[in-house]
Design a protein. Sequence first.
Length: 93
Amino acid sequence: MKIQVACQDKHEATKLASLIFIKDGKETFIYSVVNVYGNELVISLKDKSVHSIVLKDARQVELFTDFIQSVVEKENQIIETEVAGDVVQITKG
């Protein structure tokens, strides 16, 4: 299953992709969605660090949180992320 998430800019897109998935180790790194403030998403990682990511709008936050829920609950894992400009394509399986 794939989703495309639009971020505020290309820097936020790169940050999101690098924080949720480590390509070299094929490891899903996101642990939970801590909070949402409009179009800002706060996530925690397996190392207990917390990071803020600004998406394009509140709808993108809703799409991402719905999509990532099964990953947080360990029903799925992220298998790939691709960044194209301000958009991150996330694939889970």
